[in-house]
Design a protein around this ligand. Structure first.
Ligand SMILES: [Zn+2]
Length: 113
């Protein structure tokens, strides 16, 4: 499962961060996941819940922020909602827009004690 290995990686980074800060536990972790990142939101939630067991993150609130996909047309420069990376520009039909947002896959914040 793709999401699980990402979750383990996120938990590793968060644990490392918490240990360096001499934290006893992590209260909350906030993730930013773009609609175009290829990660399934629900699967990620489940994977995170499994991955935090027996770590400093055990019991932490997991917040996931979903960033919508947005693209900028390289032809007419209009900005539009991108449902997937292969969507053409709705104004002029040019393919391969520049992705402005939606590919995020990162830890936004960690709240530690
Ligand atoms: Zn266009």
């Amino acid at each position: 499962m793709h999401e699980f290995s990402i979750a383990v990686n996120i938990v590793d980074i968060a644990t490392d961060h918490a240990e360096k800060a001499n934290a006893k536990k992590v209260n909350e972790i906030e993730l930013e996941i773009g609609e175009l990142s290829g990660v399934i939101y629900e699967a990620m939630e489940t994977a995170m819940e499994a991955a935090i067991k027996d770590t400093l993150l055990n019991g932490a609130t997991i917040k996931i922020i979903n960033t919508p996909g947005r693209g900028k047309c390289l032809g007419c420069k209009s900005i539009f909602k991108l449902e997937n990376l292969f969507d053409p520009c709705p104004e002029c039909g040019t393919f391969s827009p520049e992705v402005i947002s939606g590919k995020e896959l990162r830890i936004k914040s960690i709240n530690i004690d």
